[in-house]
Design a protein around this ligand. Structure first.
Ligand SMILES: Nc1ncnc2c1ncn2[C@@H]1O[C@H](COP(=O)(O)OP(=O)(O)O)[C@@H](O)[C@H]1O
Ligand SMILES: O=C(O)[C@@H](O)C(=O)COP(=O)(O)O
Length: 423
């Protein structure tokens, strides 16, 4: 196995797996810390954890257990995948997990690069931008779980981790692979542990991908993985690599638990055309019959565009709910609700789940009891259809901010579920 990926959430895992498959690498995604000693035959294995927002000790434990499993599989290089918008405040898990992986791999130097230019995430002088706006001025400022109030990646990692961070600026990336390697060696020689790599373009990703080829551990977003995979790319194997992940035929539902700006826009565009119901936070918290009521509503909708249940709220509505119920309580209740509804719908024959939000995707996948995925074609950059390895159920796990406004329509137009009016 060339690459072993430890991803801190489920949408992040399908995101990186999609880019690896797009470059023709055979890729298997395993949900949760894998067990067993049977060798997996694939170029890459992506392990999806739900370790972004849990307690740091749990995130470290799950990440180290995943590393042990990857090493037993003779994995060449280890990639710690986190969000392209970092999604980790001063109390976050990226620092503790990176430090633990570094110690276990006996290395004192790694790279930090969440950039994904195709989706507007760029890094300049170590500052992370989202569609040209500094991270702390983007919608991520008001994220329900990880409100990002700083855009400086050196500061962010230093607040969480055990050492100094430095920057390899875009001007060095422009000069090519040897210049980046030399800059990394200089930073390491001065005692820097974490090198934040600027990235403004796919060309920068490709350059850094080659420059980090010999590192035991790299950390970042799917852009860095895309850059690395380009060096191994087998373009004519893409279709074959994607074939097992093609969505099947059947009934679909949209479950939207993300409150990102993009998901708000996607929900608004979709509910103008499709049956849609907002879930009530108070009932998610207190009414045990609510999941059944919502599942019954979904089942009662006519065949056509998939019905949508959404908790997605704009910042004002979100703040009101959090002030009233507490952020952690509201989040957990909504996540549990979506998990319960998904299980009821699967039991009723639904086999395509289009889910918006990383945490939401994690809970839905777990509640459907899915332990692994084949990766299919990309609906939008970073969002492939995926198909459970153990049963004929397909999911589109959409990161909060990914996809165009028409994402929920786009997902269904890629699936062969016949005669939908996609207008
Ligand atoms: N109306 C709401 N009020 C409070 N919390 C909400 C509401 N809607 C969604 N949430 C919570 O916000 C979080 C969104 O996180 P996530 O699913 O990871 O989306 P994203 O991918 O945008 O980060 C989830 O924990 C979800 O339960
Ligand atoms: O890198 C990304 O942006 C995504 O792969 C990701 O991690 C998604 O997380 P959510 O925004 O929580 O879905």
């Amino acid at each position: 196995m060339k690459l072993g990926v430890i991803a801190d959430d489920f949408t992040g895992a399908t995101d990186i797996a999609g880019f690896l498959v797009m470059n023709g690498l055979t890729t298997v995604q395993l949900n949760g810390v894998p067990g067993g000693t049977e060798k997996v035959s694939a170029d890459a294995v992506v392990i999806s954890l739900k370790s972004r927002s849990c307690l740091a000790a749990q995130a470290v434990k799950d990440s180290l257990a995943s590393l042990d499993w990857l090493r037993a599989q003779d994995c060449g290089q280890v990639f710690f995948k986190y969000c392209s918008t970092f999604d980790s405040t001063a109390q976050g898990n990226i620092g503790p997990v990176t430090d633990a992986l570094m110690a276990a791999l006996d290395t004192d130097f790694t790279v930090i690069c969440p950039a994904l230019p195709v989706n507007g995430r760029t890094i300049y002088q170590g500052y992370l931008f989202v569609n040209g706006v500094p991270l702390n001025e983007s919608g991520m400022r008001d994220h329900p779980v990880t409100p990002m109030r700083d855009a400086n990646l050196m500061r962010l990692i230093q607040m969480q981790a055990q050492g100094r961070a430095g920057n390899v600026p875009a001007q060095v990336l422009d000069k090519g692979v040897d210049a980046v390697r030399a800059a990394l060696a200089d930073l390491k020689a001065t005692g820097v542990r974490y090198a934040v790599l600027d990235a403004l373009s796919d060309a920068h990703l490709e350059t850094m991908g080659r420059a980090v080829a010999d590192m035991a551990l790299v950390t970042g977003g799917s852009g860095l993985a895309d850059g690395m995979a380009r060096a191994w790319a087998v373009p004519d194997r893409r279709a074959a690599a994607e074939a097992k992940g093609q969505p099947g035929k059947g009934r679909a539902v949209v479950l939207s638990g993300s409150c990102s700006q993009m998901t708000n826009a996607q929900v608004a565009a979709y509910k103008a055309k499709a049956p849609a119901l907002r879930v009530a936070v108070d009932r998610a918290i207190s009414d045990p019959d609510y999941p059944t009521e919502l599942a019954d509503w979904v089942m009662a909708q006519p065949v056509g565009l998939a019905p949508m249940l959404y908790a997605t709220a704009d910042p004002a509505r979100l703040k009101a709910a959090q002030d009233r119920f507490g952020a952690a309580r509201a989040s957990a209740a909504i996540e549990q609700l979506f998990g319960a509804v998904a299980a009821l719908l699967e039991a009723a024959g639904f086999d395509q789940f289009i889910v918006a939000g990383g945490e939401t995707s994690g809970i839905v996948t777990q509640s459907l009891g899915i332990t692994g995925f084949h990766i299919g074609p990309q609906i939008a950059p970073g969002v492939p259809w995926v198909r459970a390895t153990s049963k004929p159920v397909s999911l589109a796990l959409k990161s909060g901010n990914f996809g165009s406004e028409r994402f929920f329509f786009d997902a269904q137009s890629l699936s062969p579920t016949a005669d939908k009016d996609m207008t």
